[in-house]
Design a protein around this ligand. Structure first.
Ligand SMILES: CC(C)(COP(=O)(O)OP(=O)(O)OC[C@H]1O[C@@H](n2cnc3c(N)ncnc32)[C@H](O)[C@@H]1OP(=O)(O)O)[C@@H](O)C(=O)NCCC(=O)NCCS
Length: 172
């Protein structure tokens, strides 16, 4: 059976919590994704996106979770760089908060991104944002987002105070 991608509310998302954390832990250890994982903080961060009106997509294969994406408003109380607030209508920007796929480079990330863009509320969301590590660089994610997802680096948008992550965006 080919994998399926399903939109998920908070209850469905939380019912997969152990697999979500296991996928994330595995990819952090075995990919260029550099996030230092604190499982409680990670779940809080994702759940917070739902509380601000966000949602998720789950990738299932043979009834097992193999990937997920959590999106929510960019304008959720997080400090944003001036370069972002000056150049974008932040209330109309949707942010991919988390995206992890087991067995990378098999096309599921691209399919999930296509589904997200096709189904998002175009009256509300005008831009799609992602934020990823640039120092040290998350090469896999930067390559995926810029080559496959078509987002572009927002100039001068290194996230303060750590100066290690950077915003990327595209019009949807
Ligand atoms: C980023 C991610 C979600 C993309 O999903 P995916 O299913 O791998 O994406 P696709 O198969 O549709 O696209 C493949 C492209 O992504 C990039 N890519 C994915 N994994 C890569 C890796 N390990 N190294 C280099 N490039 C990679 C490449 O551009 C690749 O294209 P190519 O095969 O022609 O080189 C997934 O790779 C992942 O979970 N990575 C680890 C966690 C992570 O970094 N998440 C993002 C945090 S901001």
């Amino acid at each position: 059976m080919p994998p399926t991608i399903t939109k998920a509310d908070l209850n469905l998302f939380l019912s997969h919590q152990p697999d979500i954390l296991a996928i994330e832990r595995d990819l952090i250890e075995n990919s260029s994704s550099a996030y230092l994982i604190d499982e409680e903080d990670e779940m809080d961060f994702m759940v917070d996106a739902f509380r601000h009106g966000g949602y998720a997509y789950l990738v299932m294969e043979n009834k097992k979770l193999i990937g997920f994406m959590v999106v929510g408003p960019l304008d959720d109380g997080t400090d944003l760089p001036d370069s972002v607030t000056r150049s974008f209508p932040v209330q109309n920007c949707l942010h991919i908060k988390m995206m992890y796929i087991k067995d990378t480079s098999k096309g599921m990330g691209s399919l999930m991104m296509e589904k997200l863009i096709k189904e998002l509320d175009k009256d509300k969301w005008k831009y799609l944002f992602v934020r990823t590590w640039v120092d040290p660089p998350n090469e896999g994610a930067i390559s995926f987002y810029t080559k496959r997802a078509g987002v572009e680096m927002v100039p001068d948008s290194i996230v303060e105070p750590t100066k290690t992550r950077q915003y990327f965006a595209k019009e949807v």
